[in-house]
Design a protein around this ligand. Structure first.
Ligand SMILES: *[C@@H]1O[C@H](CO)[C@@H](O)[C@H](O)[C@H]1NC(C)=O
Ligand SMILES: *[C@@H]1O[C@H](CO)[C@@H](O)[C@H](O)[C@H]1NC(C)=O
Ligand SMILES: *[C@@H]1O[C@H](CO)[C@@H](O)[C@H](O)[C@H]1NC(C)=O
Ligand SMILES: *[C@@H]1O[C@H](CO)[C@@H](O)[C@H](O)[C@H]1NC(C)=O
Length: 486
């Protein structure tokens, strides 16, 4: 008897809707992803196109801080090396130009202290196309003196109050041996200690953190080290990419950030890099950073990791980026949200729509193996994000979902915008034009046109306590429904 009743209840609930939203129940929805965005190396921030793209990322997507490698690289001319090496000079002219620009557009740097100026390096090993030196200092005093001089200089120029809002992160991914650091974990910890002490010697209010590792590694060891030797640490920083772990899994980022939070406790946790997966240009699914794959991925992840992280910095805002050089074609599978020709990709559109979401999250019930629903309100407008994706190489079906909303019906229209293989896709336009390597002005205009968000109206049905509608979402698609409530 009992079993029959349960079955009946279950069937009745299923007939209602696939997802039920209750607008009377909300929780805080922090836009944590807007705090910071990743970028190509520092010297690129001297370029006009980089600056144009970054201002757009700030204005349209709401990013506040930007993080890049290579602030101390030779191409920034920070340490000039005369023939007599003992007479080296500092020059903060290029750094000033970059930081002045960031402040002028309402942004701030999340300072990554890297890489080693050749004048101070203990070896010749370099990383990336732009050849940042990845060896420890030959004399720690030279490095510490540089950190002190740099820190004093920026406080003189920008003021203590401003600079104390800029996090200082020590190095990048020292756990990737011979990719970003030629030495050991022990030496990185020693290097971190020397750097943190140098920064705090200038001003104790400045925030310093590490270990800036790839793959959420070294964190318990780093915390143990800093506690054991009483080394200053104001935040923990690390990175995660879904491709770090094999086999890949759909909700890896949620699982990984939750585990890291358990290690870190109450310290601020800055994920200073992540995106939808690292794949070398020209290998495997080389175009997935250009395709619509990123849009549902990003929105789903933002609905899942927020309670575990304080910063979650997408790598990167633009394809003005040259870790492997800068190939000429607009779509090459590079990480940026905007092509180097300035066309907004699916990832840009996802962040643009998320930026418009409210700061409260609407409670909902219902689930599907490949569909996530995220609903928000700002008290005037509600938005419902429907993402349909799985990791690459898994089958994703076309999905049709019935969504019931408990609460006031739309004032005016219920609108729908899409990001998928056919909608808001400059990439699709480029494929149709035969993948031109050097697009003409006209071809760039066509990509620009195809990358726009367009809005359709959705038919809905009034119900006793609200309303309902149907939405279909193709594989690797994002559908965003919006309406006013006042
Ligand atoms: C680094 O380069 C210099 C100059 O080319 C060379 O003399 C030296 O042997 C190199 N050092 C290492 C460790 O490779
Ligand atoms: C913690 O750090 C100290 C000092 O480096 C070291 O001796 C000890 O083995 C570490 N403990 C763990 C559990 O890593
Ligand atoms: C998405 O693209 C399809 C096919 O081109 C089109 O029919 C539809 O109107 C577009 N939808 C939206 C919401 O723009
Ligand atoms: C949603 O689809 C179902 C089944 O196809 C249909 O009965 C219902 O009327 C649709 N609702 C709306 C608002 O169109």
């Amino acid at each position: 008897m009992k079993i029959v009743l349960l079955l009946l209840t279950f069937t009745a609930a299923c007939l209602c809707a696939d997802f039920i939203l209750d607008t009377s129940l909300t929780t805080k929805f922090d836009h944590f992803w807007e705090r910071c965005v990743g970028s190509g190396h520092a010297a690129l921030a001297l370029r006009e196109d980089y600056r144009k793209h970054l201002k757009l990322a700030h204005d349209e997507l709401g990013f506040k801080y930007v993080r890049f490698h290579g602030l101390f690289d030779d191409d920034m001319s920070v340490v000039k090396m005369p023939t007599d090496l003992s007479k080296y000079q500092y020059s903060f002219f290029n750094i000033n130009s970059v930081f002045d620009f960031l402040l002028s557009i309402g942004m701030k740097p999340l300072i990554e202290l890297s890489f080693m100026p050749t004048a101070f390096a203990s070896g010749n090993a370099t990383t990336m196309h732009y050849k940042g030196n990845i060896t420890p200092p030959k004399e720690y005093k030279q490095w510490s003196d540089l950190i002190v001089a740099f820190t004093r200089h920026i406080i003189d120029r920008y003021g203590e109050q401003e600079v104390s809002s800029w996090p200082f992160e020590v190095w990048n991914e020292p756990n990737l041996k011979d990719v970003f650091w030629t030495s050991t974990q022990e030496e990185y910890f020693h290097f971190y200690q020397a750097t943190a002490i140098a920064i705090k010697s200038v001003n104790n209010k400045l925030q310093v953190g590490g270990p800036s590792t790839a793959g959420s590694q070294w964190i318990p060891e780093f915390l143990n080290f800093t506690r054991h030797y009483d080394v200053p640490v104001d935040f923990i920083s690390t990175h995660t990419y879904p491709t770090d772990e094999q086999p890949e899994e759909r909700n890896a980022l949620e699982r990984i950030t939750k585990r890291t939070r358990e290690f870190v406790g109450d310290l601020p946790l800055y994920y200073t890099e992540w995106n939808c997966g690292l794949v070398e240009y020209g290998q495997g699914d080389q175009f997935h950073q250009d395709s619509s794959y990123t849009a549902p991925y990003i929105v789903s992840a933002m609905g899942r990791v927020g309670s575990h992280v304080d910063i979650f910095s997408y790598w990167t805002f633009s394809d003005i980026f040259e870790e492997q050089g800068m190939p000429p074609a607009p779509y090459i599978g590079a990480f940026g949200m905007m092509t180097k020709y300035g066309t907004r990709k699916a990832s840009w559109r996802a962040f643009e729509l998320l930026h418009k979401s409210g700061n409260k999250r609407i409670h909902l019930s219902g689930q599907d193996p490949t569909v996530d629903v995220l609903a928000t309100t700002d008290g005037e407008r509600n938005m419902i994000f429907v993402s349909n994706y799985e990791i690459l190489n898994k089958v994703v079906d076309f999905k049709k979902k019935n969504i019931k909303v408990l609460g006031v019906p739309p004032v005016g229209k219920l609108t729908l915008t899409r990001v998928d293989a056919e909608n808001a896709s400059g990439y699709n336009a480029w494929l149709k034009m035969g993948q031109p390597t050097y697009p003409t002005k006209e071809q760039i205009n066509i990509m620009e046109e195809s990358s726009q968000l367009t809005y359709n109206n959705v038919v809905y049905q009034l119900e006793e306590n609200g309303f309902s509608f149907n939405v279909s979402v193709p594989p690797y698609g994002l559908a965003v429904i919006g309406y006013k409530i006042k």
